[in-house]
Write a protein that binds this ligand. Structure first.
Ligand SMILES: [Zn+2]
Length: 262
């Protein structure tokens, strides 16, 4: 991945996706936004203690930096499900500039051009998918519950079914999120995750590797290993750069993972 900077605003972009062309994409960071008060910076989440006008202005800045039509962006009401919505032109603007009916949804996908798909996170795993051959994109929010429910793997299957995508053509980018170094889970980790992704924590319970778990799901659906680009940046280790719920609790805004078919 590589960094892109506009004023104080930083973005991470997957190099293979950028080189492939045909899309605009990026993972946002915390600095350079207009939010002030309990939550500062480039907060892109509306369901936190921030002024909606500030959040909207932050979206405007990001849209200008990356170059996409903000008024068409689609945001879901994320609730840690494995539900993925097929987004059409009729959905343009939902959740940002107009009322939305996209609830209980943690993934968005579309083959329409010019519709930015947005998922937001603060430690959870954001996954972007791009099929350049049958042009289509998806944005997935995979917290530990979504990862346990294999929402990433489901996204690949849905792209095959809905768009005729071939897994070997799909490029994937896994953005900054909580790493094995910080994701402490309780004694019940084995009830939720395969032990190959859990490491005993001397303090009790386990450390869990959500990146490896999502990667394995993608591989098992036929995504090529060389097409999976993992940022390997832990949002807790780098809580100065990213919003981290585990670190700052109610003072946490949301960063976004955004992808648009041009
Ligand atoms: Zn860490």
């Amino acid at each position: 991945m590589e960094w892109l900077k506009h004023d104080e605003r930083l973005y991470l972009q997957s190099v293979p996706m950028t080189e492939c062309g045909g899309i605009v994409h990026g993972f946002t960071c915390k600095s350079g936004g207009v939010s002030t008060g309990k939550i500062t910076g480039l907060n892109l989440g509306f369901r936190v203690e921030d002024d909606p006008a500030s959040v909207l202005e932050n979206y405007r800045l990001v849209a200008e930096d990356l170059g996409f039509p903000m008024e068409s962006a689609v945001l879901a009401r994320q609730t840690h499900t494995d539900n993925i919505r097929l987004v059409t032109k009729a959905d343009a603007g939902k959740g940002l500039v107009r009322e939305s009916d996209i609830f209980d949804t943690d993934g968005l996908m579309t083959e329409e051009k010019g519709i930015p798909l947005v998922v937001f996170t603060a430690d959870c795993v954001p996954i972007l998918l791009y099929d350049p051959r049958h042009p289509a994109v998806a944005a997935i929010h995979a917290g530990w519950r979504g990862t346990e429910q294999k929402i990433g793997g489901k996204a690949v299957r849905m792209m095959q079914e809905r768009f005729g995508s071939k897994p070997e053509d799909i490029l994937v980018a896994i953005g900054p999120s909580i790493g094995l170094c910080h994701f402490a889970f309780g004694e019940d980790a084995p009830e939720h995750f395969s032990m190959e992704f859990c490491k005993p924590n001397p303090a009790g319970g386990y450390w869990v590797d959500l990146w490896a778990m999502n990667k394995k799901q993608l591989l098992s659906q036929g995504i090529l290993e060389e097409h999976i680009d993992i940022a390997e940046i832990c949002t807790v280790c780098h809580e100065d750069v990213f919003y981290s719920y585990r670190t700052h609790r109610e003072h946490t805004g949301r960063q976004a993972a955004i992808i648009i078919l041009k």
